[in-house]
Design a protein around this ligand. Sequence first.
Ligand SMILES: Cc1cc2nc3c(=O)[nH]c(=O)nc-3n(C[C@H](O)[C@H](O)[C@H](O)COP(=O)(O)OP(=O)(O)OC[C@H]3O[C@@H](n4cnc5c(N)ncnc54)[C@H](O)[C@@H]3O)c2cc1C
Length: 421
Amino acid sequence: MAKKHLIIGCGSAALSALEKIRSIAPDDQVKLVTMEDCPPYSPTALPYLLSGRVSEEALWMRPDGYFDDMKATLAKGKEMAKVLPASKEVVYQGGEREGYDTLLIATGSEPIHPPIEGLEEAGFIGFRSFSDYRSLAGRLAGKKRVAVLGGGLIGMEVAIALLEKGHQTHIVEKESRLLPLYFDAGAEGLIREVFESEGAGLHTGTEATGVSKKNGAIILGLSDGNSLEADLLVTAVGVKAKTAFLASSGVKVNRGIVVDGAMRTTVTDIYAAGDVAEAPGFFDETGLNPILPSAVAQGRAAGAAMAGQPEPYEGWLPMNVFNFFGRMAFSVGLSMAQGGNFEVITASDRKAKSYRKLVLRDGRLVGAMFLNVSADPGVFVYLVRKRLDIGAYQRSLLEKPREVGRYLMTANEKKEATVIE
Ligand SMILES: Cc1cc2nc3c(=O)[nH]c(=O)nc-3n(C[C@H](O)[C@H](O)[C@H](O)COP(=O)(O)OP(=O)(O)OC[C@H]3O[C@@H](n4cnc5c(N)ncnc54)[C@H](O)[C@@H]3O)c2cc1C
């Protein structure tokens, strides 16, 4: 009998689940529900929209008519408030109820608002959704000086857009390095130089301790004793899984919704995928991994299981690509690992502003980081996921990552094809 699959959310995880369900169960009913009133989009494009590099049309992830073609329905502007597993229903804001056979929670993440004295009163904007983009774009008019709290990926991408638009931009990051989760000191030093040369004010190793207003300007007190004046404040200090609606549902939530390798939660017929899910990792650990490739892969795994044909999920792998002022940096896998039985090889060229790093364990590539070097992040994801022994190729892979990476990948593909034959 045809099932009813209810998907809460309409981001990358939700769409990839829909596409997987449809490929397995052409006659099942699939309904997606989003609290937003716009077409499905990926937040990764929002900084480009802010800078004016892309137009609004480029934001939408699927063409008009997509949901009809997929024989699915999309309900916009509906916010799920509660899940009732005993009756297999969800409750929306306003009290309306809806039943399901399987339920996927793909509600993503929401910004963390730092508990800083005076922040609410002074006014600030987070940057996570299309409506955040709209309010930031609207409030930027006539504002010259912008302070960004948080030097992680989102804060840095917003800062790039602001600098490109000609705003005097300051970034405040409590850790000693920018992008502390993704790049080590060798790479960060070069990223820092580029940002400084683009006019960014960088305040690392210091925290905002209080916010006040004076003559219309926002005054940010910093823990190093200095203060910063701005016309607008953007906060980007991190995100948390969006799970408040699960209180008293019985679905286990740690930092995110706990799921197994088929994206099953602790309650039968309820699944979770994407930023909201705490899923198994490639290197054995379980946790959140709020990045686009993980949302897509987890959505696919959830869709397969919901349609009754679970597929193996390889586990999430850290993977971050950072494009800045015509340059590209990326890190993959255990790129920060050191000590123990990790072997780390690096090379940097200050003049070319480039940085290279490979991390190996027992001769196998487990992590990589490159900045301003011709290399393909997707190939490095492949090499790490295949746990390839690259012993003899270490140096050449470091020096010619694009060519040698592709060679290793192709050679392995041929080997695997021969074994299958
Ligand atoms: C500015 C920015 C830049 C980024 N850059 C990168 C990058 O360069 N690389 C990268 O890999 N990742 C990046 N990310 C992260 C990436 O966008 C996310 O990992 C990805 O979008 C997660 O997809 P998702 O489907 O889990 O959630 P989302 O895409 O956030 O979708 C969540 C959906 O749930 C809906 N929803 C939420 N709560 C409810 C509710 N209660 N009821 C109904 N609907 C609800 C929302 O409306 C939305 O449709 C960036 C994120 C931001 C904000």
